[in-house]
Design a protein around this ligand. Structure first.
Ligand code: LMR
Length: 395
């Protein structure tokens, strides 16, 4: 049996981290994976997280199983963050939330759930999208197609193309949308464009699945989440996956959630019962620690305020790195305009570097995704000059 099994290719994103880890050059730089590093090149352990952990240590609790859907306080805090504390869907008990193993786990629960109840739907993801979107939905058994999204010429969104794609989709198609900080391009829709997308989704009878892994890295927590509320106001079914990997710097704790909006409390109860079946047959119930930390921070006003400050600090530093990268590249490679990097939003820049150029950067121990995606959040005042020089050299 095993002798016939082929070697699988390396993961397009995490495989880069594997290659980076194996590199012995002390000056190596990982611009591949979407991880925020501080100006010293360290993954921060947020103060709010440390304080929440200290609080939890004071009241050590036994490690019993969590409910299948996760910690109640966590699910409640997620709903309030994602939909807004005063949201009618929370008051009417029309939203159900299950704690998930990171944002990826949330997508997987959603994909398995949808496959069970809408098995013939096609899934549409943006062109391009996060590499794992296709793999996740295909592994759940769906046919995955692309909708038009990125315009290489403008480094922005081909919005007419996107609308045309949405209008061609069969009713019941599942459309995966990046709520903010589009991964990998960093090109987001304007508020007006979102309005038109919501109309197209409604008129076409499509099932929107919002992936919100970077809330707070665009314009702000509420601003980035606004699109979820607009979808809720428009009515109809809605799935939202979210993650605290980046916004709480809790990558290894795997803390995320899937929320689904139903048309009534009674329908919501049925949906929750089915989501629990999906969780139970995948991993039974989620781990405790990360969920407790996030719930503690979000429910404690002082810690929540601290979190908002720390998240704002990360957002501002990334924006500064965009400014610096553009300014330094303008000097080192004046033949090419990188001004678009300043307009992009979130952790990433779709730099326009080709696969060959990315390969040449790798020879200098600078790692990026083959598509040319670079993680701006991994740049800092100490490594940026080396990155700029290397990019200028490979252009
Ligand atoms: C990324 O896009 O780099 C992150 O979302 C990490 C991952 O799991 O791929």
């Amino acid at each position: 049996l095993f002798s016939a099994i082929d070697m699988a290719p390396r993961d397009p994103i995490l495989g880069i981290t594997e290659a980076f880890n194996a590199d012995t050059n002390p000056a190596k730089i990982n611009l591949g994976v979407g991880v925020y590093y501080d100006d010293n090149g360290k993954v921060p352990l947020l103060q709010c997280v440390q304080k929440a952990e200290a609080k939890l240590m004071e009241q050590l609790s036994p490690r019993t199983y969590l409910p299948i859907e996760g910690l109640a306080a966590y699910d409640k805090a997620v709903q309030e963050l994602v939909f807004g504390a005063d949201s009618a869907v929370i008051q009417d008990k029309r939203a159900v939330t299950v704690q998930a193993i990171g944002g990826t786990g949330a997508l997987k629960i959603g994909a398995d759930f949808l496959k069970r109840f809408s098995p013939d739907s096609h899934v549409f993801i943006s062109d391009p999208s996060w590499e794992n979107h296709r793999a996740l939905f295909e592994s759940a058994g769906f046919t995955v197609n692309n909708y038009t999204y990125y315009d290489e010429a403008t480094h922005g969104v081909n919005f007419e193309g996107m609308l045309a794609s949405l209008r061609k989709m069969a009713p019941g198609s599942i459309v995966v949308l990046h709520a903010c900080c589009h991964n990998p391009t960093g090109a987001d829709l304007t508020q007006d464009q979102w309005g038109q997308v919501i109309d197209a989704v409604q008129q076409g009878g499509l099932i929107p699945f919002l992936d919100m892994a970077y809330q707070g890295f665009g314009a702000g927590i509420a601003e980035d989440g606004a699109v979820v509320r607009r979808f809720v106001d428009a009515g109809g079914p809605l799935l939202v996956s979210n993650s605290f990997s980046k916004s709480f710097s809790l990558y290894g704790e795997r803390v995320g959630a899937l929320s689904v909006v139903a048309s009534s409390a009674e329908e919501a109860a049925r949906l929750l019962s089915q989501l629990k079946r999906v969780v139970r047959t995948n991993y039974s119930n989620p781990p405790q620690h990360g969920g407790k930390v996030v719930a503690t921070v979000l429910a404690t006003p002082e810690l929540r305020g601290l979190w908002e400050e720390e998240l704002a600090g990360m957002r501002v530093r990334i924006k500064q790195m965009r400014e610096d990268l553009v300014a330094k590249l303008a000097k080192a490679a004046p033949q090419r305009d990188f001004g678009f990097v300043r307009e992009q939003v979130g952790m990433f820049s779709y730099s326009g570097l080709t696969k060959e150029q990315v390969g040449k950067l790798r020879e200098e121990s600078i790692y990026a995704v083959d598509t040319g995606r670079i993680c701006v959040a991994a740049l800092n005042s100490k490594n940026i000059d080396r990155v700029v020089d290397a990019i200028a050299k490979v252009l």
